[in-house]
Design a protein around this ligand. Sequence first.
Ligand SMILES: Cc1cc2nc3c(=O)[nH]c(=O)nc-3n(C[C@H](O)[C@H](O)[C@H](O)COP(=O)(O)O)c2cc1C
Length: 337
Amino acid sequence: MNLYQSVLKPLLFRMDAETAHHLGMTAISKGWVKGRRVEGAGLKRTLFGVDFPNPVGLAAGFDKNALALDRWKDFGFGFVEVGTITRHAQPGNPRPRLFRLPDQKALINRMGFNNDGADAIAKRIEAAQPGIPLGINLGKSKVTELEDAAEDYAYSYKLLKEMGDYFVVNVSSPNTPGLRELQDKDHLVKIFWRLREIDSRKPLFVKIAPDLTEEAVDDIASVVEDFGLTGVIATNTTIQRSMLPSDPGQQGGLSGAPVRDLSNQMLRWIRERVSAETVVIGVGGITSAEHAIEKLQNGADLVQVYSGWVYGGPEWPAEIAEGIRDAKLPTKTSQGE
Ligand SMILES: Cc1cc2nc3c(=O)[nH]c(=O)nc-3n(C[C@H](O)[C@H](O)[C@H](O)COP(=O)(O)O)c2cc1C
């Protein structure tokens, strides 16, 4: 057992989960805790013209406000996704809104896109030097009506478009009322039409829920193909609870080990339906290197992690990347865009 598992984790896990998260973020941004960098021949990916030192990224929601962008490379991450960022700063849902299920290696959150808003976060991103590829994840503000969603995404995109290596239209958080309806084809077309109008060259991704039907995945794949999107991120958190031994009775999105099978199903469905050049980022339920390898073998080009890291500690992302390196998988390198 390392220091995190034996000392720090038991202390952090005695606190409210969100308080522990903020404490962790402070420690990370001040450089009090570190992991290790991971690079190497078998790990590098060049996708849509961007060089990724390794395929393991920090998923959206961990550094929502771009508070520690310069630090993530030192934990072994090969890329980082900031956000979700909304046009308007917003406080999110009332606390408590983040819960641990330690026996399941899972989390439930109903944060509700708490973030400082596009203007404030843009200033931080501008001043940052992540040293690894940066994704910028965009969402709809709570105060914006669904019909006006495209303009809301457009505002943030216009402001941030020169600052990221790729951009994500997040339409899959379960914690903003109605947001998931934006996964419908008509809404998606409106959003991507507007973003393409602003800048037709930037790499664009759509992030999908793990709760979609195969028909809904068909529709999303057709939007991806029609707009020539760079890729898909599969998946966000689930609203299902059937894979838990009992319902913990908290509303919100479930992440971590219980979402793995659902996420992998979406990953396979989307991979089967989009072109080989389309980049698929697999996320959901990775709690070991084997799970990351499983996603790569299911057609993911890159993977992201969140909940597994909370349980694994500072060295864990590096261990996942090293596990992938040791597996010596064949890699696809595409130019895209
Ligand atoms: C506390 C928390 C906050 C999250 N916030 C966001 C978010 O703001 N935007 C987003 O696209 N995904 C968000 N996610 C989802 C993760 O990025 C990821 O898709 C999901 O947790 C599945 O991965 P995991 O099983 O490795 O945690 C959040 C997840 C958690 C646990």
